[in-house]
Design a protein around this ligand. Structure first.
Ligand SMILES: [Zn+2]
Length: 211
């Protein structure tokens, strides 16, 4: 997903629980996952790419564990916020990079597709569907799709299962983008609730950054 949508999702899904300072660290760690040197190359688990779903969910769990361990110990809360930001990036990309949204939409005709607010982003049968796929990143041609000037030339030259042809990263990718956004919003809120459920009151308030 493009940076502004990751930022918007963090603000809309978490803004009330976290202090502005905490939210800033979470958001920076989230969008930092797309930095070229940090995670764009050779880290499909950061973005649920290449249909490596087990790897992606294991990465998400590894970041949840960091949040729990930091808050259970004396470590700075900022380390928990950063880990939370990294896992949010992954789960938000899940809806933009996989065909989850298309599998859901396939239950409807174009005319009776419910509005995005009725999208079910938490459907276990779809999450574990044998037809679930996500885009492969075909270097070096795929790199040209990251730039406005070369995107239209490169995209049709890449296979149908490429990231370039599968992604729902921004509105021009089509109306399903807004369903991916809704799924990402639901999952982000769910990830926060999942962590809060296992934290005690003092860990929760440290996590919120409001103490
Ligand atoms: Zn990403």
């Amino acid at each position: 997903m493009k940076k502004i949508y990751h930022e918007q999702l963090c603000q809309e899904s978490l803004g009330e629980f976290f202090s502005p300072a905490a939210l800033a660290v979470i958001t920076a760690a989230n969008t930092g996952q797309d930095a070229i040197l940090r995670g764009f190359f050779a880290h499909p688990e950061f973005h649920f790419d290449e249909s490596k779903f087990d790897l992606g969910w294991a990465y998400v769990e590894s970041q949840r564990r960091i949040v729990r361990e930091v808050l259970a110990g004396e470590g700075p809360a900022a380390e928990a916020w950063a880990a939370f930001g990294r896992l949010l990036h992954a789960v938000q990309d899940f809806y933009a990079h996989s065909n989850y949204t298309r599998l859901w939409a396939a239950h409807y005709t174009e005319d009776d597709l419910p509005p995005p607010a009725q999208f079910d982003g938490m459907n276990d049968q779809l999450i574990h569907n044998p037809d679930l796929r996500s885009g492969n990143v075909y270097y070096p041609l795929e790199l040209l799709t990251f730039f406005d000037r070369t995107r239209d030339w490169a995209t049709p030259r890449l296979p149908a299962d490429s990231h370039a042809n599968m992604n729902l990263d921004y509105p021009a990718r089509g109306p399903l983008f807004w369903y991916a956004m809704e799924g990402a919003r639901q999952r982000s809120a769910h990830e926060l609730q999942t962590l809060l459920a296992v934290l005690n009151e003092s860990q929760k308030s440290r996590f919120s950054g409001k103490v």
